[in-house]
Design a protein around this ligand. Structure first.
Ligand SMILES: CC(C)(COP(=O)(O)OP(=O)(O)OC[C@H]1O[C@@H](n2cnc3c(N)ncnc32)[C@H](O)[C@@H]1OP(=O)(O)O)[C@@H](O)C(=O)NCCC(=O)NCCS
Length: 180
């Protein structure tokens, strides 16, 4: 959780909301144009800061989790100025970051969108966002730990398998039949 809490990592979804809020306050509108957003992005870069929610150490395309949240909002969230700003930022930022010539991935990551969705559904206490992110990750790790204990596995890297795979494995390796 501590590793996730840094401003360039999981804390970025809080940073995104703070940054957008400051933009809205500075520009004096909750419906900024793409041109206004572009100016704001350039002023952030000129002051030596990164654009929160953009870039990734490994990914080299828009984060599928960003795209999934965007699709979810297109289907379910029509009335959020904040979500609309997030989408406009998606139009504006990648070409600007690309033009710097040094950013390996100019595309949004998961943190560019998640805060706006949480706010829409009433979770406005954004100091808790990183914790939420960590808790959701913990579920996967705990499930893997349960299987590791059950199967007496040695130290392993987390791997995702389906329930069907586990059932087949148990039957094949241990002659155990698991019912539903
Ligand atoms: C995620 C991040 C830390 C990855 O860093 P990285 O692996 O070093 O990324 P790159 O190799 O593309 O960095 C090359 C340069 O581009 C810059 N860069 C990368 N992303 C940038 C961004 N969003 N805005 C401005 N500059 C950025 C880096 O600061 C670096 O500049 P430098 O050489 O002057 O130090 C970085 O993209 C970032 O700071 N993003 C914003 C914070 C964020 O959204 N974090 C959540 C990640 S899931």
């Amino acid at each position: 959780m501590n590793a996730l809490s840094g401003p360039l990592h999981g804390l970025a979804n809080q940073e995104v909301i703070r940054w957008i809020q400051k933009m809205v306050d500075t520009l004096g509108t909750t419906k900024p144009s793409r041109e206004q957003i572009a100016e704001y992005v350039k002023s952030t870069l000129a002051s030596g800061r990164v654009i929160p929610g953009y870039g990734h150490a490994v990914l080299r395309k828009p984060d599928p989790r960003f795209m999934a949240q965007r699709q979810f909002c297109e289907d379910n969230v029509q009335d959020s100025d904040l979500v609309k700003i997030v989408w406009k930022i998606f139009d504006v930022v990648p070409p600007i970051l690309s033009s710097l010539g040094k950013v390996k991935n100019p595309w949004p990551n998961v943190d560019a969108h998640s805060g706006a969705v949480l706010i829409h559904y009433g979770l406005k206490e954004y100091n808790y966002y990183t914790v939420l992110f960590g808790v959701s990750r913990a579920l996967g790790v705990l499930a893997a730990q349960c299987w590791a204990r059950a199967l007496a596995l040695p130290l392993e890297r987390p791997k995702s398998v389906t329930t069907e795979w586990v059932k087949e494995y148990l039957t094949k390796e241990y002659n155990v039949v698991v019912s539903n």
